[in-house]
Write a protein that binds this ligand. Structure first.
Ligand code: NAP
Length: 254
């Protein structure tokens, strides 16, 4: 039987933004550790299906998380495919730049979309997960926050930093309020991670601009983040509830 004897055996895990980057690495790691991934993608169906073929078990689901009903529909589809869901990894995210000189329309539309994808969709999924976990004996939520939400962020991407600070706070509120129902929430706060999101920044400003204030001189790899998320989802881990796990090479130490 698939996953027997592995740490995440028997867990169905919904991973958003899993067609590439951190989300795809999370899916690979979870599958290696015995979980069955529910692989959400936005636009890249081919990448999601190729990933499913690679890991051998699970399902792919399309959802546009910039649509106000996208997250709720995704949860319903995931429930109808998997039945019981044991964990949610809110990983999908966007990082959009808009300067304060850009004009009000561009400013407002960037802030609205950033909050829709990075906070409101994860919040809707958290709500669904809490309701489901309350009825079925518990479950875990992992939210991909960011160092940007902890220390403040670049002038041209302040909306991104604000969404991540709010997501971090939501994670803490879930941990404080629903632990007695067996519901556990953790935020992961990486600095730069070497994915398309970082590559876009490097293409414009150069790698040195990204790593200059990282003491280890390197971005994290998606696989490092994935290993930690898989560890958090082990059934042996309870007391991490409410933690924000910093993964930033020493560039923000609390
Ligand atoms: P990425 O490589 O840019 O991938 C983003 C993922 O999100 C893709 O799978 C994409 O799906 C999905 N997505 C984006 N917009 C969507 C939408 N409207 N509806 C549905 N899905 C959507 O990102 P990443 O670097 O792996 O980042 C993953 C998470 O970690 C994000 O929350 C990010 O903020 C956070 N993070 C990243 C870094 C970093 O340096 N990379 C640092 C700290 C935190 P499709 O491609 O299929 O559309």
């Amino acid at each position: 039987m698939a996953g027997v004897g592995k740490p995440l055996q028997g867990q169905n895990v919904l991973v958003t933004g899993a067609s590439r980057g951190i989300g795809a690495a999370v899916v690979r790691q979870l599958a290696r550790e015995g979980a069955v991934p529910i692989i959400q993608y936005g636009r890249d169906q081919a990448a999601a299906e190729q990933l499913l073929e690679e890991v051998g078990a699970g399902v792919t689901l399309q959802a546009d998380l910039s649509d106000p009903m996208g997250a709720t529909r995704l949860w319903e589809q995931a429930r109808s495919k998997a039945g019981r869901i044991h964990a949610l990894v809110n990983n999908a995210g966007i990082r959009t730049e808009v300067s304060i000189e850009a004009g009000l329309q561009a400013w407002q539309s960037t802030w609205q979309k950033e909050f829709r994808v990075n906070l409101f969709a994860p919040a809707d999924l958290c709500r669904e997960a809490i309701l489901h976990f309350s009825e079925h004996g518990g479950g875990k939520i992992v939210n991909l926050a960011s160092r940007a939400g902890q220390r403040g962020y670049a002038a041209e991407a302040m909306a991104y930093g604000a969404t991540k600070a709010a997501l971090n706070n939501l994670t803490k509120s879930i941990a404080r309020n629903f632990g007695d129902k067996g519901i556990f929430a953790v935020a992961i706060a990486p600095g730069w991670v070497f994915t398309d999101m970082a590559k876009g920044y490097i293409a414009r400003f150069g790698k040195q601009a990204a790593v200059a204030d990282i003491p280890i001189g390197e971005m994290a790899l998606p696989e490092e983040i994935a290993e930690v998320i898989a560890f958090v989802l082990r059934s042996s881990q309870h007391s991490l509830n409410g933690a924000t796990l910093d993964m930033n090479g020493g560039s923000y130490i609390r």
